[in-house]
Design a protein around this ligand. Structure first.
Ligand code: C2E
Ligand code: CA
Ligand code: CA
Length: 757
């Protein structure tokens, strides 16, 4: 009987230590605490069963005391283990010191029992059926002290576990409840054995089983279980769809996401044909692992997925199943699309931006057989529109123009906004419809609610002859075509031809020669007389001529625009103004101070110069009356920033200058502007008479303008008069002065002086 009892215990101890050694691999504090606990269990249990075998009473008492002391330490180590297991620091340092001190005192007391027998004594007695055994008799109060301490420790251990079981979530409760149950069983068995006073302590089994159970649960079962369970939650909760199939291809799992992607089928088995189709009707086990893109339409939204197919193998490389992961990359794709859109489109109009437009045109070159047009648009004085009507109106015009283009142009046309008001499109030649485009553009032009200002949009067309040209070159050519009509108020569309290119090149040459020409004095002032109705020369207009060493005399019509575009005109103008002022001074000194000279001020001069200061300095420098240096300003230059210009005019006039409105009637002219601008002279361009078919009507208008100017107390001068008839008619209508070939062409200054002075 005893032998069986001992053999069974030994067997359990060996098994426990075997399990413990396997846990050795784990370097965690938990595994360490567990091994320490096992050492204590081994010592305590061994000491508990050994008295049966002891040869003498003293030896039996000694091992029994070791058992008592061992029990206390075992419970302390159990507490330490639970501290790790629950990850809950179970007591303060002071409490630990008390517990350890008490255990040491008790242990010493146990060791002294051999001398004093104050804890336990024993007798070798027949316990029935002739079985001889040591029977122990405990002694008060020392044994009671041990018992109390032991129960306090048991209570601490139970307390820790109960507390954890209560405060933890259901998910983790199992982790503690199993340990709690084992401890309760052990304590109960110990209690039963003590009360029943069995000579053999069967509760020792419970100690060992407790240790084994704790090892199994703490090191293997619970962590593994928790991992599995946690993972299953992760998978179920994942934003990716997960579908698993077993070895025979039966769907065993599909998470919520996967089900929703496939319309929430009621049976998992519905997944099988779907995924077999994904693999091209192959068996899962034969299909190749891989990744591919998939699109789904859910509630009208397109969703983009990465579909991953992987197979599962056991340790022996046997196929055991497979799974699909559907990773939703819609957000990434949308972000990518947004970024791509932003990097390729103009945000304001939604058309392609310059870079992308060029890129698309470049791609079109790959179809060299197709004939197509590169077409560019330009809004005349777009800056002026922004200034006059606000940036919002400017934006609205751009947006509408883009819309109109999209509507008017057939599909397949590449449309882009190159910069500010410059749009471009590349269109198949046979699809290009000039009228549709012009209708659209006229609609945009009507957006400005002002009768005084009209938007002018010009279109330049380049018929692509060489497909290997860069898009930028094609656009340049379309823009060169625009250059030929950009000052025109009726001609909206212009086609590029090679002669234009020559003109551009020649302009470029002129610009490059400007500096040296100015320094060499190649620019000369010509004078064209301005004559009264009585035929008296009252003064002259200064008109520049370029005495070019190779080309001879070049007229301003050939270079003024180029210099304006190159930002050079202000230097030429300053030079001519100086010549004019200098001449006035000479005339003043020679007694001809009654003659005046009118000088031209380009619209661009207002950007570069302080006009007021420049002219004041000039008349002060040569000491001439400002009234004799007349200033010709075109209406367009005045309209650029009307309010500012009015202030400037006022200042100039207060100083004594006479201001003339030049070219009135040549551009778009508004009678309305006359009400704001208090100019001294209105210079009417005869050109607008020449252009019309209906001479009678034109004459009526001319007469009205002259009458109006007179009522506004302006002097009227008509330029471009070529015939006596014109002079007679204009004199009769009330015109004050004339300038024109009828009287004289512009001539060099010495000739002018010779003829008229
Ligand atoms: P504009 O200010 O309107 O000057 C009058 C132009 O009409 C001159 O052309 C003159 O030669 C021309 N003209 C005069 N009488 C007649 C006529 O009876 N019939 C015709 N068909 N034409 C006549 P020009 O000298 O070739 O100058 C052209 C334009 O160049 C000027 O037009 C003016 O805008 C500009 N310009 C000339 N010199 C200067 C200058 O020094 N500075 C600036 N900024 N522009 C200038
Ligand atoms: Ca002029
Ligand atoms: Ca003029």
């Amino acid at each position: 009987m005893e032998l069986l009892y001992i053999a069974a215990l030994c067997g359990l101890l060996i098994f426990m230590n075997f399990v413990g050694i396997r846990a050795q691999g784990q370097r965690s504090p938990l595994a360490r605490a567990l091994r320490q606990l096992m050492v204590m269990v081994t010592v305590t249990v061994a000491a508990g069963m050994l008295p049966v075998l002891m040869p003498s009473e003293a030896a039996a008492l000694f091992v029994q005391c070791i058992h008592y002391a061992g029990t206390e330490w075992l419970l302390i180590f159990l507490l330490r283990f639970l501290e790790q297991y629950t990850e809950d620091v179970w007591s303060k340092k002071s409490a630990k010191i008390i517990i350890y001190s008490l255990a040491v005192v008790n242990s010493v007391s146990m060791l002294l029992n051999g001398a004093f027998h104050h804890i336990v004594t024993c007798r070798y007695t027949d316990i029935g059926n002739g079985v001889m055994c040591y029977v122990f008799m405990t002694q008060k109060p020392w044994y009671s002290l041990h018992l109390c301490f032991t129960y306090v420790l048991v209570a601490c251990n139970l307390g820790v576990l109960i507390r954890q079981s209560v405060i933890t979530t259901k998910f983790y409760r199992k982790k503690y409840s199993v340990a709690l149950l084992m401890l309760v069983i052990t304590v109960a068995m110990d209690g039963v054995c003590t009360i029943m006073d069995y000579p053999l302590d069967y509760s020792l089994y419970a100690y060992v089983i407790l240790a084994i159970a704790l090892t199994y649960y703490s090191i293997y079962y619970i962590p593994q279980g928790l991992i599995t369970k946690t993972l299953s939650y992760v998978v179920a909760d994942s934003s990716s769809g997960v579908v698993c199939f077993d070895v025979i291809g039966k769907c065993i799992y599909a998470n919520e996401m996967a089900m929703s992607i496939y319309g929430n089928p009621s049976e998992l088995s519905a997944m099988e044909p779907i995924f077999r189709k994904e693999l091209g009707e192959k068996e899962f086990s034969n299909a190749k692992e891989g990744k591919w893109d998939r699109e789904f339409i859910l509630n009208g939204h397109t969703l983009y997925f990465d579909m991953n197919f992987s197979k599962l193998f056991d340790e022996q490389e046997n196929y055991i199943g497979c799974y699909f992961i559907l990773h939703d990359k819609t957000e990434d794709m949308e972000k990518l699309e947004r970024e791509h859109y932003r990097s390729t489109h103009d945000i304001l109009t939604g058309l392609f931006n310059r870079e992308y437009f060029y890129e698309c045109v470049k791609k079109r070159r790959e179809m060299p057989d197709e004939e197509y047009y590169m077409t560019c648009t330009n809004i005349k004085d777009f800056k002026l529109i922004n200034d006059l009507f606000g940036a919002e109106m400017g934006d609205a015009i751009l947006i509408r123009l883009a819309e109109v283009m999209k509507e008017a142009l057939p599909e397949g046309t590449i449309c882009g906004r190159l910069e500010s008001d410059h749009f471009a499109f590349c269109i198949r030649k046979e699809l290009f419809q000039e009228s549709a485009l012009i209708d659209g553009i006229n609609e945009v032009a009507r957006m400005i609610p002002s009768s005084e200002y009209h938007i002018l949009i010009h279109i330049g067309v380049y018929a692509v002859q060489r497909a290997d040209y860069d898009a930028a070159v094609m656009c340049d050519r379309a823009n060169i075509a625009i250059g030929t009509v950009k000052d025109s108020y009726d001609c909206m569309i212009a086609y590029y031809d090679e002669s234009l290119m020559e003109r551009v090149m020649s302009e470029k040459r002129l610009v490059s020669e400007f500096d040296s020409a100015l320094a060499d004095g190649q620019f000369v002032m010509f004078l064209q007389p301005q004559v009264s109705t009585a035929g008296t020369v009252l003064g002259a207009e200064a008109l520049v001529r370029w005495m070019h060493p190779q080309r001879g005399m070049v007229s301003p019509g050939e270079f003024i625009k180029a210099f304006e575009n190159a930002g050079l005109i202000y230097r030429l103008d300053q030079y001519i103004w100086d010549l004019a002022a200098q001449k006035l001074r000479e005339w003043k000194d020679s007694g001809h101070e009654d003659l005046h000279i009118s000088v031209n001020i380009s619209a661009k001069d207002f950007y570069y110069l302080d006009i007021y200061r420049t002219f004041v300095d000039l008349v002060e420098k040569y000491d001439i009356p400002p009234k004799k240096l007349k200033l010709e300003i075109t209406e367009t230059a005045l309209m650029m920033d009307l309010e500012k210009q009015l202030v400037l005019l006022d200042k100039l006039q207060s100083y004594g200058f006479n201001v003339e409105i030049d070219d009135f009637g040549s551009g778009y002219s508004s009678l309305n502007m006359l009400k704001d601008i208090h100019a001294d002279v209105l210079k009417i361009d005869m050109g607008f008479l020449r252009k019309t078919q209906d001479n009678e009507r034109a004459q009526i208008i001319l007469r009205m303008i002259i009458e109006l100017a007179k009522q506004l107390h302006m002097i009227v001068i008509t330029e471009g008069v070529e015939s006596k008839a014109q002079v007679d008619y204009l004199t009769e209508t009330g015109c004050d002065m004339f300038q024109g070939f009828y009287f004289a062409r512009p001539v060099a200054v010495p000739e002018f002086e010779q003829r008229y002075m």
